[in-house]
Design a protein around this ligand. Structure first.
Ligand code: PEP
Ligand code: MG
Length: 592
């Protein structure tokens, strides 16, 4: 029996002290303590059972189908309104497509007659029809139609969830803790983020999407909790301790008291950070450091501005495409980039072109069924292979440049050849704008992400041909150590302080210095207090972290002396073992 299940069973029998018996354990990936009801998120389409019905039940089943359609239509209307106001019209586009599917009378008639003629329950008829339509669309040569197959699957899931009375689509009606097997970026698009109290998942590692999102939202999260989805039900009470990785289901009044006190203590500690909103970001001996923010929406740009960042070091544009599909138009993108540029004024806004593949998909998980998606068709490879998509995005960025100070960042560059190929596409984007008489910012700086060891080894040459470099430690750790960033089984080996990783960072920083090109760090290390002195000691002078880690990062920078940091970095980088490096840093868990 898995350890967690055994503990729950013991607890149910009343064995052992309750406080310890009920604790489930996972990997803490976002700090803080939260107490709240569970929202169980699941994949329903594959789980539907076909059940024969009596002829007398036919009308009732059809009514269930019709009720579900009405309910989903109503939800879609409110999703469209909410997403349009929070993220812009373009991001609501996907829900408009869903609404159109539900308006199609032929589509609904096929399902009604399925119930009538095959005498099957409504949800199994919906599941079968959705799967059939989705595979027809998937087989098409037209990429637009292939993309629509994801919409069909999505809408089918929602209808079935409503018929069964479960809410896997995540319309959080009130603040809840989301519990899931695994959460992909696209799963979270439909969540009302203001109502997410925390996350607990069975799978996923330290830098998987749920972990990054939880830190961006500033909510506690624990990943890798075995069997959690089988152990809880929606509505049950949970305590999640994102500092220790402990999760308690239906806690006793004593546990509730103890953790409420912890929450109060944390609130006091957060309040102590408020003086750092106005403080300039300098080390204790006066060395100035640029502190920027990682964002993925206009809303997060506002959060970043509220804590006085020096700019946006990484605008992940994937969410925009996940919400609106790969077909999102140039104008729709332009409006979003322009809003962010305007919020930041003269400060730089670094917009990363689409970084799909790996663990960030637009549509179903691993649509190409790649065995090794992190090493496969992802990121700049997809963009160079789809110049229309790439140029459309860069045209939007170039146009937005007129409203602020934007920079273009190309992800997953592995060699100078790719950098040059991307530059040719950029020139094409500029040429087509000029030919069309469209105004744009001509001298937009360009930069390469350094997140692959091969890029580190030629960082001198990449720096010589770029305006800036940005180290993505999330992927750099994964590729340097051959440790999947989203796989809980190897999470203990995902150690950013491995001297091999530090040597990669140091080499990149030195290449930047020689070429006189700024180098920033935008991976999660940059927002982790225990790693900040180390990065500063390695010579990094630009950091970019999620907005709600900015004050912690600023405090950590202000408390660091540059000479001491250099000494620390020298000791850690020359450690013989990873354990020794961890000991010098006083790190017991990689999150620090
Ligand atoms: C990184 O890899 O460190 C990074 C910032 O990019 P992402 O996490 O989006 O892959
Ligand atoms: Mg990356």
């Amino acid at each position: 029996m898995p350890e967690n299940k055994k503990r729950m069973a013991e607890n149910a029998r009343g064995d052992g002290a309750e406080a310890t018996a009920a604790a489930l354990r996972g990997i803490p990936v976002s700090p803080g303590v939260v107490i709240g009801p569970v929202f169980l998120f699941g994949d329903i389409l594959g789980e539907v059972e076909a059940r024969r019905i009596q002829p007398s039940e036919v009308e009732a089943e059809i009514a269930r189908l019709d009720d579900a359609v009405k309910l989903v239509k109503k939800e879609l209307t409110s999703d469209i309104e909410r997403i349009s106001s929070e993220l812009g019209d373009s991001e609501a586009g996907i829900f408009l497509v869903h609404a159109m599917i539900l308006e199609d009378a032929k589509f609904l008639d096929t399902m009604r007659s399925g119930i009538r003629t095959d005498l099957l329950n409504a949800e199994s008829v919906v599941a079968a029809e959705m799967k059939r339509m989705s595979s027809v669309l998937m087989a098409s040569d037209d990429s637009y139609l292939r993309d629509r197959s994801y919409d069909i699957t999505d809408i089918g899931k929602r209808m079935i969830e409503r018929m069964l009375g479960v809410w896997a689509h995540c319309p959080l009606t009130h603040p809840m803790i989301v519990v899931a097997n695994e959460l992909r970026a696209s799963d979270t698009v439909s969540m009302d983020r203001g109502r997410v109290l925390g996350f607990v998942t069975e799978h996923g590692g330290r830098e998987a999407h749920a972990a990054i999102l939880s830190r961006a939202l500033g909510v506690p999260a624990v990943v890798g909790v075995p069997s959690i989805t089988g152990l809880v039900r929606s509505g049950e009470l949970l305590i999640v301790d994102g500092n220790t990785g402990e999760v308690f289901v239906n806690p006793s009044p004593e546990m509730l008291d103890r953790y409420s006190t912890k929450q109060e203590e944390e609130a006091v500690a957060w309040a102590a950070l408020s003086p750092f909103v106005e403080k300039s970001t300098s080390m204790s001996d006066g060395v100035r450091v640029k502190l920027m923010a990682n964002i993925s929406s206009v809303e997060e740009a506002r959060d970043a501005a509220a804590v006085n960042v020096d700019g946006i070091g990484l605008f992940r544009t994937e969410m925009l495409f996940m919400a609106a599909g790969l077909g999102v138009s140039e104008n729709e993108q332009y409006e979003v980039y322009r809003s962010v540029a305007e919020i930041m004024g003269k400060k730089p806004v670094t917009i990363r072109t689409l970084d799909i593949g790996g663990d960030k998909f637009v549509g179903p998980e691993n649509p190409l069924q790649e065995h090794n998606p992190h090493l496969g068709y992802r990121s700049i490879r997809v963009l160079l292979d789809n110049p229309e998509l790439f140029i459309r995005q860069m045209r939007a960025i170039l146009r937005a440049g007129l409203h602020g100070n934007v920079r273009i960042l190309w992800p997953m560059i592995s060699c100078v050849d790719e950098l040059r190929a991307a530059k040719i596409c950029l020139e094409d984007a500029k040429r087509t704008l000029t030919e069309g008489g469209v105004e744009y910012q001509e001298d937009v700086p360009i930069g390469a992400m350094i997140e692959i060891p091969s890029a580190v080894m030629v960082a001198d040459r990449l720096a010589a041909e770029s305006d800036f470099l940005s180290i993505g430690t999330n992927d750099l750790v994964q590729y340097t150590l051959a440790v999947d960033r989203g796989n809980v089984k190897v999470d203990h080996l995902y150690r950013p302080h491995d001297p091999a990783v530090l040597a990669m960072i140091q080499r990149t920083v030195e290449s930047g210095l020689v070429a006189d090109v700024p180098v920033s760090v935008c991976g999660e290390m940059a927002g982790t207090a225990s790693y900040i002195p180390l990065l500063l000691g390695l010579g990094v002078r630009e950091l970019s972290a999620t907005p709600n880690r900015v004050l912690l990062a600023r405090r950590s920078i202000c408390e660091t002396d540059s000479r001491e940091a250099r000494g620390l970095a020298e000791r850690v980088i020359s450690a013989a073992t990873v354990a020794e490096a961890g000991e010098i840093l006083g790190i017991s868990s990689p999150r620090g």
